[in-house]
Design a protein around this ligand. Structure first.
Ligand SMILES: [Mg+2]
Length: 719
């Protein structure tokens, strides 16, 4: 090491005085002995450290004379001081470097460090420094105590603890953490892991739920780096609930405490369950029913959704309770609760109000018939006999029904009206259900009746397909027919399509009926073609429900192959609302239908809410203007304007326009003048069964008569 020597031009005495001054100002004690162990240099601290009398310390004093002072004071331990001094002198004469700590009787601790002194490679003496490390030792001890205390706190805290530094490296954690989070020892085999390692381990074992572990780890690390204090609960896959509280510390580290609150949560759940459920049956109690109904009313008001409240009372319960005892009665009530629960959907609520009174809340029910269905199902389920302790019991219910918002707009009135309806059911001879409103009673019954009859209609061959012809506007040439479903009930006669088709769409029967219509219409098209009635286009109405069933593609392909149907010979009519319900799905399936060579028409145009521009996204060929705009076209200038605008917009989009419901020659002339392409309506022909329509078509196609020939309608514009 380079070091500076005193200026050699200075007199020797001055040089020595400077060095002496330097030595005296060093914070350590220093002694230098020569090769014979005689004292050469020293400073004031040296005297202090060894507690030597000032007059005993002078140049040339032997090493053993000086250490005799501490030896006589017993500082080297008990025994003869002379022997201690001899032993130390022998050690010193080896001139070996040494370094040790010694605490003196006054409590001061020194680091004693000795080095042989070589001059020109020759041993010239020995230099020793005495550094007072008492304060440093005390601080170290204090730190150790404090660290041990902290460690003891962390180890004994009733929760898991982690401490991460600002590089998200784990600095400390306790055993409880490893136990609570099931961290295996292997994870800690190479020291404390990083937060990233722990996150990845957890993500890979599904601790954070499903998802790509790498994405989960990336997101978690990004959040951890923000060092935001947090408190949240995590449910582990084994059901353990942990309360996790994290807090940033001032030194940049982050401490997190994990507390197992599984038992606490379970106790809360038990209390909550007790507060909200009937202890006997486990069903919802009055409090839950009130809360639930308030929610349903709020939702129903906001979304204009109907829901129903069913009030049930067991008809013979009092007799059973009185004659067989409460225990039998209670057992029966438990079984009733189970049957009720099984009879409704998960989203419906079943509550017991007390005694033998039960309430069911059916959410999101649009039709009174579906409410009546559930009521009938409950009635059947609860009317079956119960076997309680070997006794066969009968306790069918009377059910009263009120409907939101038809019968009342608040929870209390709904319940009261359902109760009233229940008494009405009892008065009607028990074991039945009644709506609060007579009107709902009647319409539910009528619809149920119709639905029951519909189920026999297909098997009984009661469906018929009729056809209404379509004509070219400019010359009255027949160009196609629209197939229309008719239902002829053996007793009730023809039932209008608008009464039964919505029911078929609701209950899914439309899928089977639609299939029958398609097969029948395609066969008819082929039969007419074979009889020379061509070219004709067969238009079939397809509902939203059918469009959602992709089997329609296979069915269509089979019919096309079977009957050799060419492109443009078949057309599907779909309504605006059916395609706008799920536009992306509809665009996809319509594209596949179109690819099979089937043309597409939008039916009843103008009755929906969509704009023509929006319909552009579907692969359409034709637009059918609803009859409601056509019927008044000669008197109502608004209708005329709407039809005119629709025609020019449709033409702008490359679509042809068909006007429905044309009833007079004047309407025909006007529509022709507006540029309408095709027409359909009573002016030309009503829908007719195939055999009745055939002669008419023959005439309109200008084909030779195959029997009686009704005249084709006269085009008023080209007489
Ligand atoms: Mg139609």
């Amino acid at each position: 090491m380079p070091h500076q020597t005193p200026d050699p031009s200075l007199p020797a005495e001055l040089q020595i005085a400077y060095l002496g001054g330097v030595l005296d100002h060093l914070p350590q004690g220093i002694s230098v002995f020569d090769a014979e162990l005689k004292l050469l240099y020293w400073n004031a601290h040296f005297l202090e450290v060894l507690d030597l009398p000032a007059d005993a310390v002078h140049a040339g004093v032997p090493f053993e004379d000086l250490i005799m002072f501490p030896a006589s004071r017993g500082e080297y331990g008990p025994g003869d001081p002379v022997e201690h001094v001899q032993a130390r002198k022998a050690l010193a004469l080896r001139f070996e470097a040494h370094r040790f700590e010694r605490t003196r009787p006054n409590g001061r601790t020194h680091l004693v460090s000795g080095e042989p002194l070589l001059i020109d490679g020759q041993l010239a003496g020995f230099i020793t420094t005495y550094t007072d490390i008492t304060d440093r030792k005390r601080m170290e001890e204090a730190l150790q105590i404090s660290h041990a205390r902290l460690r003891s706190i962390i180890d004994n805290i009733p929760g898991g603890v982690t401490l991460f530094d600002d590089n998200l490296q784990l600095l400390a954690c306790n055993d409880m953490l490893r136990r609570l989070l099931d961290f295996p020892d292997a994870l800690f085999a190479n020291g404390l892991p990083s937060l990233e390692t722990l996150f990845r381990f957890n993500a890979e074992r599904g601790e954070y739920g499903p998802g790509d572990p790498e994405i989960i780890v990336r997101d978690l690390l990004a959040r951890a780096r923000q060092r935001i204090p947090h408190i949240f609960e995590r449910v582990r896959p084994d059901g353990t609930v942990l309360l996790i509280q994290g807090q940033a510390l001032q030194d940049g580290s982050f401490v997190t405490v994990y507390t197992d609150i599984t038992e606490l949560r379970r106790a809360e759940e038990r209390l909550n369950h007790l507060a909200h459920h009937d202890p006997l049956t486990g069903l919802a109690n009055r409090l839950t029913l009130d809360e639930h109904m308030r929610m349903r009313v709020a939702e129903g008001t906001r979304d204009q959704r109907r829901f129903a409240v069913l009030f049930l009372d067991l008809d013979r319960f009092k007799t059973i309770n009185d004659s067989l005892g409460h225990q039998m009665g209670d057992a029966l009530l438990v079984m009733v609760g189970r049957r009720l629960h099984a009879a409704v959907r998960q989203t419906d609520l079943v509550a017991r109000l007390g005694g033998d009174e039960f309430v069911v809340v059916l959410s999101a029910v649009e039709q009174e018939a579906s409410i009546a269905h559930v009521a009938a199902k409950i009635l059947t389920a609860l009317s079956a006999p119960y076997v309680v302790n070997g006794e066969v019991l009968h306790a069918p219910p009377s059910i009263g029904i009120s409907v939101f918002p038809d019968d009342a707009q608040d929870a209390v009135s709904l319940l009261r009206n359902a109760d009233t309806a229940m008494y009405h059911a009892k008065a009607q001879g028990r074991a039945n259900y009644q709506f609060y409103s007579e009107e709902l009673n009647r319409s539910a019954m009528a619809r149920l009746d119709l639905e029951r009859k519909l189920r026999n209609a297909a098997a009984g061959g009661e469906f018929e397909l009729w056809y209404q012809p379509q004509y070219r506007a400019c010359d009255g040439q027949a160009i196609g027919v629209e197939a229309l479903l008719r239902w002829r009930h053996p007793q009730d006669g023809l039932i209008p399509p608008d009464r039964f088709i919505p029911i078929c769409e609701d209950n899914g029967m439309i899928l089977d009926i639609g299939r029958w219509v398609m097969e029948k219409a395609c066969a008819q098209l082929a039969s007419w073609r074979n009889a020379g009635l061509a070219p004709l286009r067969m238009a079939i109405n397809v509902s939203a429900r059918q469009l959602r069933d992709t089997r329609i593609i296979d069915l269509l392909r089979a019919q096309i192959e079977r009957h050799g149907i060419g492109p443009g010979e078949l057309e599907f009519e779909v309504t605006e609302s059916s395609v706008m319900e799920r536009p992306d799905e509809a665009a996809f399936i319509l594209g596949r239908i179109k690819a099979l060579g089937v043309s597409l028409a939008i039916d009843d145009f103008g009755t929906g809410h969509s704009s023509l521009a929006y319909l552009k996204r579907f692969p359409l060929d034709r637009l059918k203007i609803d009859r409601s705009f056509v019927s008044d076209i000669e008197h109502d200038c608004n209708d005329a304007a709407i039809v005119s605008a629709a025609i020019s917009l449709a033409h702008g989009l490359g679509l042809e326009v068909v006007a429905e419901g044309v009833e007079s020659a004047v309407q025909w002339a006007q529509l022709k003048a507006l540029g309408c392409d095709e027409l359909q309506g009573y002016h030309f022909s009503r829908p007719l069964p195939a055999e009745q329509l055939e002669p008419l078509l023959r005439a309109a196609l200008n084909l030779p008569a195959a029997g009686a020939t009704p005249a084709a309608p006269q085009d008023p514009a080209c007489p």
